[in-house]
Design a protein around this ligand. Structure first.
Ligand code: ZN
Length: 203
């Protein structure tokens, strides 16, 4: 029996035809922990960013998960939303993860968006690179909105006149996703949509 990734209690796994054929990943959370995550499926439309689909709201359960995954770097937690994320895309989608800064990639953390997509078994293309060294969380909303362009195309990247689907872990003000969409549109993308695991609505 596997322990629950969040509370470490053993998970009672009932064998089913689905698990037999390995269509779905094995349970990673116990029933009590799973119940804390409630799908919200918030769909929003915009201008440069044509549409955003957020799977969950930023609630207490998500705050705990994000903290343990991103800041405590519990990489196994990427598996918690693998099935949900896989179903958020079709096999023909061209997926572009929001990149993290190369300095951070080198030092203290992992590529959390790419790791989520790896867990969901969805291939992606990396077209964007970060241009700015600032850490978003340390800036005020006003500062963030007035920052320089966050992203640039990776040298040699080819953007086609098709629909791209950006992916990020959390969508708050939308600055990150809109800036990424702007770069893709300026390079010739026909349409840019996004999937965010979490929607944080600022009150
Ligand atoms: Zn649990």
């Amino acid at each position: 029996m596997n322990p629950c990734l969040l509370c470490m209690k053993p998970i009672s796994e009932v064998a089913s035809w689905q698990s037999f054929f390995a269509l779905e990943k094995k349970k990673t959370l116990c029933d009590d922990c799973s119940k804390r995550f409630v799908r919200a499926d918030i769909k929003e439309e915009g201008d440069v960013l044509d549409a955003v689909h957020s799977l969950y709201e930023y609630d207490e359960a998500m705050r705990d998960w994000l903290h343990q995954y991103k800041f405590l770097q519990d990489v196994a937690l990427a598996q918690v939303f693998s099935n949900e994320l896989r179903r958020a895309f079709s096999s023909t989608d061209t997926i572009v993860p929001i990149p993290m800064h190369p300095e951070r990639a080198r030092s203290r953390t992992f590529a959390h968006v790419e790791t989520l997509l790896d867990g969901a078994k969805r291939p992606y293309v990396q077209l964007l690179a970060k241009t700015n060294t600032s850490v978003m969380g340390e800036k005020s909303r006003h500062e963030r909105l007035n920052m320089e362009q966050l992203f640039e195309l990776i040298p040699g990247a080819v953007v086609q006149p098709i629909t791209y689907r950006l992916v990020d872990d959390i969508y708050t003000t939308g600055t990150t996703l809109r800036q990424a969409a702007t770069v893709l549109k300026q390079a010739g993308a026909a349409r840019v949509e996004a999937v965010s695991l979490i929607r944080s609505i600022q009150k």
